[in-house]
Design a protein around this ligand. Structure first.
Ligand SMILES: [Zn+2]
Length: 125
């Protein structure tokens, strides 16, 4: 999956270890073109939850611009591997999940496949 390097630059400026920091990534196919930062309504350092209304609005705006939801981004206070809770949501939202360590910015991408998270190759553009 191709992602603009600017996503991580923005994440470094706006995300802190105080709360996981989610964004919806929009584009076409395997290419991310734009994104929306959304609130983490849990305001938790170890989990995130999106506001359904904000989420709907972001998706509707992107769709009206001809873009699809292609990935979900969020930060972790540790390794960028899906948590058990992430896996539950990944099953429901079978897009690519991009996770960044909020301390080191090590980043990995995953897709739910055959009952588990399979790594997805990331290319920063
Ligand atoms: Zn997570």
């Amino acid at each position: 999956m191709k992602i603009p390097a600017r996503l991580l630059e923005e994440a470094k400026l706006r995300c802190s270890p105080d709360a996981e920091c989610p964004a919806l990534l929009f584009g076409r196919g395997e290419t991310v073109l734009t994104w929306s930062w959304l609130r983490n309504v849990l305001n938790s350092p170890v989990a995130f939850l999106l506001d359904p209304e904000e989420m709907y609005k972001a998706i509707a705006e992107a769709e009206s611009a001809g873009l699809d939801l292609v990935a979900i981004f969020h930060t972790h206070p540790g390794p960028p591997a899906p948590s058990p809770l992430d896996l539950r949501y990944m099953r429901l939202w079978p897009v690519v999940w991009v996770i960044s360590n909020v301390y080191t910015w090590e980043t990995a991408a995953w897709r739910f496949k055959d009952g588990r998270a399979a790594p997805v190759r990331l290319e920063w553009v």
